[in-house]
Design a protein around this ligand. Structure first.
Ligand code: ARG
Length: 466
């Protein structure tokens, strides 16, 4: 830092840091993104300094105007960031002080330690709100795809083996449920992000009679009940980053959920499944193989989960073993935070756009769903209805399946005589079990993929997301 800088550490140092030290320690190359929130925080702090008589009304107005002008220049890309001023906080304050003499009073009773804690909280608060909007869009895309294909049935899988039939919509709504829990976690995390640390100073608050509530109110650090939210311990206030880790954890789980969805999409567009088709604009080609159309959005969504999970690990490791209170290590939090937020937001948005441009190959789904083996469990339930113990029914149907395999017939092509050869309980109505429509109509308990239940769930989500 130049000794002439208006926000220099001045007195204590005979020289600025060596060039490579400045380069190693700077954060402006990434924390410039906090500018909007840094300015908002400074404006609120200035208002408060005026309220307690540190700034005159005139000085305060000059500061707020100066900050506003700087904000406009930054937005227009006309502001020149200086690496020698280390970070976003010093860059803005230095420029302000050059223009407005009273700017030299702005840092009264404030440290970059509580300033940066404030800025990231303000930034993250907005980010969580925006992400929640993107998740709702993805949920809507899933519901819409389900509604458009409400009659489509596909095999459900366990162990990647065909298990039982489900409506495609039921499969898609499973992700809507996961995403809803992600929203709940993010919103819960938001309540702990939404706490004002300003006034914590460097570590020990201030000897000046700051009005912390005023700052918090100006910056809308207010809970649902309208109560102002202030950090209650200055040491915690400057060194806590667990609100950030909560976000990184909730975001990692969101990424994992989206990654699972991506994996289904990748399977479904394969020639082997051929359940869905993604519009050209949402796929990419191969540089060598002319026939290829690749589901790159889904693959990258799956792949990017690695960095989001990695960011969570990086943040946890960053905090582990940090003594109280602020340590410069904490500067390392921002790139991980930004990367997580950017990655999950873009991924969520692109997955929604891709699904909105996806069509379902109904005949291919119908062919897969017509596999009568998917209803073997229904055949066991049939025997249970006739009074047989489930374990015995399971054994009998297993023997019927084995017989079908041995005779090379699909399960529903066995004759009644062949089935009765395995067990006398089978009656004329046994083969009716293999009517898929009837079978789907029967699964109507809450949460099951029955015809009525899935329609009910689709309607519930449609209403909830509108
Ligand atoms: N750039 C710093 C960070 O991101 C701001 C706080 C610096 N505080 C300090 N005492 N050097 O953490």
């Amino acid at each position: 830092m130049s000794k002439k800088s208006p926000v220099s550490r001045s007195g204590r140092f005979a020289s600025g840091p060596a060039a490579d030290v400045a380069q190693f320690t700077e954060s402006i190359s990434f924390d410039w993104r906090l500018w909007r929130h840094d300015i908002l925080g400074s404006m609120a702090h200035a208002e408060m300094l005026r309220a307690i008589g540190v700034l005159t009304k005139k000085e305060c107005t000059a500061i707020v105007r100066g900050l506003d002008a700087i904000g406009k220049e930054i937005k227009a890309g006309k502001f020149s960031w200086k690496a020698e001023l280390e970070d976003v906080h010093m860059n803005i304050e230095a420029e302000l002080t050059k223009r407005v003499p009273a700017g030299a009073k702005l840092h009264t009773a404030r440290s970059r330690n509580d300033q940066v804690a404030l800025d990231v909280r303000l930034w993250l608060r907005d980010e969580v709100t925006a992400l929640l909007g993107e998740i709702a869009n993805l949920q809507r895309a899933l519901v819409l795809l389900g509604e458009k294909n409400a009659e489509v049935i596909i095999p459900g899988y366990t162990h990647m083996q065909r298990a039982q039939p489900v409506y495609l919509a039921h499969h898609l709504l499973a992700y809507v449920e996961m995403l809803e829990r992600d929203c709940e976690r993010l919103w819960d995390c938001h309540s702990r992000v939404n706490v004002c640390p300003l006034g914590s100073g460097a570590i020990a608050g201030s000897t000046l009679p700051l009005k912390r509530e005023l700052v918090a109110k100006l910056l809308n650090f207010v809970n649902d009940a309208g109560q102002v939210q202030l950090t209650q311990n200055s040491m915690d206030g400057v060194s806590d980053r667990d609100f950030m880790i909560e976000f990184a954890a909730a975001a990692a789980l969101l990424a994992v959920h989206i990654s699972r969805l991506a994996e289904d999409v990748i399977l479904w567009v394969s020639t082997e499944f051929n359940y869905i088709k993604i519009a050209d604009a949402y796929t990419t080609g191969s540089s060598l193989m002319p026939q290829k159309k690749n589901p790159d959005i889904a693959e990258l969504a799956r792949g990017k989960t690695g960095r989001v999970v990695g960011n969570l690990m990086a943040l946890l490791t960053l905090l582990k073993g940090l003594p109280m209170t602020y340590n410069r290590d904490l500067q390392e939090d921002k790139e991980r935070l930004f990367d997580t937020a950017d990655t999950v937001r873009a991924t969520t948005r692109l997955m929604a756009a891709m699904l909105n441009n996806t069509t379902v190959n109904k005949p291919a789904c119908a062919t897969s769903a017509s596999d009568p083996a998917l209803l073997a469990t229904d055949l066991a339930d049939y025997l249970v209805r006739k009074g047989m113990a489930f374990r015995a029914a399971h054994h009998v149907v297993g023997a019927v399946v084995a017989l079908a395999e041995k005779t090379g017939k699909p399960l529903n092509q066995l004759s009644l005589a062949e089935m009765q050869g395995v067990d006398k309980t089978f009656a004329r109505d046994a083969l009716g079990v293999f009517n898929l429509k009837t079978a789907m109509a029967k699964r109507n308990i809450t949460g099951a993929p029955g015809t009525k239940e899935v329609a009910k769930q689709l309607a519930r989500w449609r209403k909830q997301l509108s």
